[in-house]
Design a protein around this ligand. Structure first.
Ligand SMILES: Cc1cc2nc3c(=O)[nH]c(=O)nc-3n(C[C@H](O)[C@H](O)[C@H](O)COP(=O)(O)OP(=O)(O)OC[C@H]3O[C@@H](n4cnc5c(N)ncnc54)[C@H](O)[C@@H]3O)c2cc1C
Length: 285
């Protein structure tokens, strides 16, 4: 039996909001489709209606707004990779974009899709966590701005209301004296989902005292997390071999990984700690 599926392709954002309001949670949004089409193929993400937002140019593009970099939800990995603004103010987003899938996925996959798909292994998510990004959520009621670090409430659960969509992410621009770090650990270099993915942002003074540090990690808990305990341990301290060893032990304890088809719990704990040590050693150099 062939069942009918409703597909709507609004041309403007207000039109999309009106559809979302009218469909009252019955619709699934379709952006680049690189996650959704796979999920549909697997019989997941089946919905009575789909709202194709790909035509909404208002959701595309990267803007320089004062001390903020604003990236539209429909901006693709390829667009981020070629953006001089991203290169200047958040170059690790380019590193992450380059590791996502292959060229076809980079041309079609979007930042908003990565965020709302809510996989703990999403490659851009540790960067948004470390940058303390904010998200613009839009609906017929207007725009509300929320903290990215408060967006996920559990495994693949978000605070997005049924009639809302993600409009853009706002990232504070990296200061010239801030050190950035991104590393994705997988079974191979290309086309791989991470076993661990980490993004860090830190400032150290001339004496190698940690002025600020933010550590975002994916694939080690039901949602992307910040290593807050480890950050507190490092904050204000002078980087030494002993401190780095303490941070390593702290990171190992702080993550909550599981064993699955991609990796074991033990491996993920160990590798998270080792990747953090790599960053801290870079700061020392
Ligand atoms: C072969 C392959 C390799 C991949 N490799 C990687 C990888 O290395 N790293 C990685 O992180 N991901 C990877 N992915 C996953 C995927 O490409 C990314 O998560 C991508 O960013 C999803 O974006 P999209 O626009 O295609 O989202 P879609 O598939 O269109 O949507 C994903 C989800 O987000 C929702 N959604 C999308 N946009 C919005 C919005 N603006 N507001 C509200 N809801 C929205 C949709 O309803 C859906 O639930 C891979 C996928 C494939 C098929």
């Amino acid at each position: 039996m062939i069942s009918t599926i409703e597909v709507y392709s609004p041309k403007t954002l207000p039109e999309a909001y009106a559809h979302l309001q009218q469909l009252n949670g019955r619709a699934k949004l379709l952006a680049g489709g690189t996650d959704l089409m796979v999920q549909l193929h697997d019989g997941v993400a089946v919905a009575p209606a789909y709202l194709n937002i790909w035509n909404l140019d208002e959701l595309r593009g990267i803007q320089d707004i004062g001390d903020t970099l604003r990236i539209g939800a429909l901006t693709t990995y390829t667009q981020m990779m070629h953006s001089p603004l991203v290169r200047q103010y958040c170059p690790i987003l380019i590193e992450a974009a380059k590791t996502v899938g292959g060229v076809q996925i980079q041309n079609r996959g979007t930042l908003g899709g990565n965020i709302v798909n809510a996989s703990p292994a999403g490659d851009t998510l540790p960067i948004l966590a470390a940058f303390e990004a904010q998200l613009e959520l839009g609906s017929h009621r207007g725009i509300r701005v929320v903290r990215f670090n408060e967006f996920y409430t559990g495994y693949r659960q978000t605070i997005l209301a049924p009639d809302e969509l993600v409009v853009a992410a706002r990232l504070p621009k990296t200061a010239p004296n801030e050190h950035l770090f991104f590393q994705k650990v997988g079974s191979r270099q290309a086309l791989v989902i991470s076993k661990v993915v980490m993004a860090c942002k830190a400032q150290v003074n001339d004496e190698k005292r940690v002025h600020s540090i933010q550590i975002g990690v994916g694939s080690v808990a039901p949602i992307v997390i910040r290593l807050r305990q480890t950050e507190t341990l490092l904050q204000g301290q002078k980087l030494t071999d002993a401190l780095i060893e303490s941070a390593k032990q702290s990171a190992m304890q702080e993550v909550r990984p599981i064993t699955d088809v991609r990796s074991t719990e033990h491996y993920r704990r160990t590798i998270t700690a080792n990747v953090l040590v790599r960053f801290l050693r870079q700061l020392l150099e």
